[in-house]
Write a protein that binds this ligand. Structure first.
Ligand SMILES: Nc1ncnc2c1ncn2[C@@H]1O[C@H](COP(=O)(O)OP(=O)(O)OP(=O)(O)O)[C@@H](O)[C@H]1O
Ligand SMILES: [Mg+2]
Length: 426
């Protein structure tokens, strides 16, 4: 993760760069930890996306061009050249899996090696070679059946157990993303699930403690993360976002896509209002043969509402199926550009039956004014995440080899990784 000053070879190891690779824009933040003050953004840049759809590369060259431009803007602003990045992951394949493992250990006192062995066993049990592990989070340790143990080391017992939460994504999608970033001459220092990152940027301590659901509403994808007792307990993603609302408007009101995008942000709302039937929306023509026409605002509201409603309902049903309904607390925080849709908060409150607010990034020094909106929550969260110690059992980029993890491998390099985690976090 070393960075070098332009025109010099002096290493600045404490400086990090992050990339939010989105369907509508790519954002790059370069930052460092300022002693006694917090994380400062040294340079930020973004560029309209091409070649990227719902977190996946669909046109390698176009995506490379977009990433290069966003990075160059941030580098110029920071006066630095970067050589590695931490990148977000927000593909449809993003998912959670929980694995519980137990072991009987020989010595009476729990030691580092016992925790390590257990985490490694859980990792080996995760037999989904087409999914790469992004995050491996121990949620709950048990000792002789006793639950809720934060750190079992130094305690006495016979049976040690752990509930591991794995956040994973499709290896093929990640490989393409990695390849695209490497074509920009950048090394990948880590990959972080988008809603996990966004949570870091916008949530407050009470929400993390009591339970909260973060929903990041992007252009091509909507992702969600549930936090409880300061731990990420669930993630999900659906391949629907603000672009779908725009397409529905373009089709429903027979107007070009760009016009539909403008109509959405100016007149669009997920809530009906009394003057919807009297107010008319000007809809630019589809082609030279066509003429400007006007449609009642009620038609637009109904188009926007049904897509937003459907998105929230799918998520609500997924949460229910995953059994995290009550677990997820009484609060929902929306981020992403599409969270700015008028009436989105009220509609979400109605569908989920919870308190809902829009989350803006906080706690970063030097964040440019135009990047303080909910659409910059992921980038802001990634850079905060880098500087905060996390209770994770894996560090660095995920293994994208697609090979099944075998426990034997953990006798080698990865033990060092888990060891680092145990040192950092306990
Ligand atoms: N005021 C607004 N009202 C409604 N939608 C809006 C508003 N402002 C922005 N959007 C929508 O937000 C979306 C862009 O959000 P964002 O920048 O978070 O996406 P992204 O990160 O590039 O994409 P993704 O996360 O899906 O890959 C677009 O669909 C845009 O139309
Ligand atoms: Mg996004």
């Amino acid at each position: 993760m070393a960075l070098f000053k332009v025109g010099s070879v002096q290493a600045q190891p404490e400086i990090f760069a992050v990339l939010d690779v989105g369907s509508s824009k790519v954002v790059c933040f370069i930052g460092h930890q300022e002693a006694g003050a917090g994380v400062r953004i040294l340079g930020a840049g973004y560029h309209a996306s091409a070649g990227l759809k719902s977190g996946a590369v669909v046109d390698m060259e176009a995506a490379e061009y977009t990433i290069r431009h966003a990075v160059t803007k941030a580098e110029k602003a920071a006066g630095l050249a970067i050589s590695s990045v931490i990148v977000n992951v927000s593909t449809r394949s993003l998912k959670s899996r929980h694995i519980n493992v137990e072991t009987t250990f020989s010595s009476a006192e729990v030691a580092d090696k016992d925790l390590r062995r257990l985490v490694d066993t859980a990792m080996a049990e995760f037999a989904e070679p087409e999914q790469a592990i992004l995050h491996a989070l121990p949620m709950n340790w048990t000792l002789d059946g006793e639950r809720g143990i934060r750190d079992p080391r130094g305690m006495f017992g016979k049976n040690l157990g752990v509930d591991m939460h794995f956040v994973t994504a499709n290896v093929g999608v990640l490989r393409n993303l990695a390849h695209c970033i490497e074509r920009c001459h950048l090394r990948i220092a880590g990959m972080i699930a988008s809603p996990y990152g966004a949570g870091e940027a916008v949530l407050v301590d009470d929400e993390f403690d009591l339970g909260v659901t973060l929903i990041d509403m992007g252009a091509g994808i909507t992702t969600a993360a549930v936090f409880r007792d300061r731990t990420l307990v669930y993630v999900d993603a659906i391949g629907v976002g603000g672009k779908n609302v725009t397409s529905d408007i373009a089709r429903g009101l027979t107007t070009p896509w760009e016009a539909a995008e403008r109509i959405k942000t100016i007149y669009g709302s997920a809530l009906e209002s009394p003057d919807d039937d009297t107010q008319m929306v000007p809809c630019p023509p589809m082609g030279a043969q066509d003429e400007l026409h006007h449609e009642p605002l009620s038609s637009l509201t109904s188009i926007v509402r049904s897509r937003a409603e459907e998105t929230f309902e799918i998520l609500r049903d997924r949460f229910k199926d995953a059994g995290i309904g009550d677990f997820a607390g009484r609060r929902i925080v929306l981020t992403g550009g599409a969270a700015q849709l008028s009436g989105a908060v009220q509609l979400a409150e109605y569908i989920f039956g919870k308190r809902v607010r829009v989350g803006h990034p906080h706690g970063l020094l030097g964040l440019p004014d135009e990047m303080t909106g909910p659409d910059f929550a992921v980038a802001a969260g990634l850079i905060k995440h880098v500087f905060h110690d996390k209770t994770e059992a894996n560090n660095g980029p995920p293994d994208l080899s697609g090979r099944r993890i075998r426990q034997r491998r953990y006798a080698g390099g990865n033990v060092v990784r888990s060891l680092k985690w145990f040192k950092d976090n306990f």
